[in-house]
Design a protein around this ligand. Structure first.
Ligand code: ADP
Length: 190
């Protein structure tokens, strides 16, 4: 079973696309979910609390936006554990599913060098304007906060230059389903 990573900036539509793949029979792992489990480990919880004074996700997000060193610190705590947990989850799917590939959805995959562990990388792309609108609606935040979240990440070109496949998601959901089917066809032929 191939391992395909799917990434892209916040609000680009990763989760929405993974759901469409799931409906088409492709299993997936969400690195965000894995990160939540890791954060709840008593040892990790204690380490984060000690360094940041909080374990609240939105609070941590705010700290990270205003302090780049904080981002490195939290990643150093979480990433090794996320890698170990996700590896176990992928092995479990591989042992019981007959799907042609699994999807690993993660924001941090290019930056951490984990891209090497996967057979291919799908990058989800959407205009900054669309993404801002979607983040505002989904997370109920101001335009300024949405832009801050976006700007704390890599820009569009940096995501795209690492892609084996690009899913363009600046249109509506019907257009998106069509795009996903196209990529699924290409992945099946690989
Ligand atoms: P990501 O996982 O990349 O942060 P999501 O999949 O959560 O992004 O999408 C962000 C928001 O935009 C969600 O509320 C989702 O329902 C919505 N969305 C994503 N793609 C589309 C689309 N093509 N048309 C309309 N809404 C969309």
């Amino acid at each position: 079973m191939k391992r395909i990573a799917i990434t892209g900036g916040i609000g680009s539509g990763k989760s929405t696309i993974v759901k469409i793949f799931n409906e088409l029979g492709i299993p997936s792992i969400d690195a965000d979910e894995v990160a939540k489990q890791v954060r709840n480990l008593p040892s990790v919880h204690a380490e984060i609390l000690k360094r940041f004074g909080t374990t609240d996700r939105l609070e941590l997000r705010k700290i990270i936006i205003s302090d780049p060193k904080a981002k490195d610190d939290i990643e150093a705590i979480l990433l090794p554990q996320i890698k170990e947990f996700s590896e176990k989850k992928m092995k479990k799917i591989e042992s019981k599913s007959s799907a042609p590939f699994l999807l690993y959805e993660a924001i941090l995959i290019i930056q951490t060098g984990r891209i090497k562990e996967f057979d291919a990388l799908i990058v989800v792309d959407a205009t900054d304007e669309e993404r801002t609108k979607r983040i505002q609606e989904r997370d109920q935040v101001s335009e300024e906060t949405a832009k801050g979240m976006m700007n704390a990440q890599m820009n569009r070109q940096e995501w795209i230059k690492n892609a084996d496949f690009i899913i363009h998601n600046s249109g509506n959901l019907d257009q998106l389903r069509h795009e996903v089917r196209k990529i699924l066809d290409q992945l099946m032929k690989q």
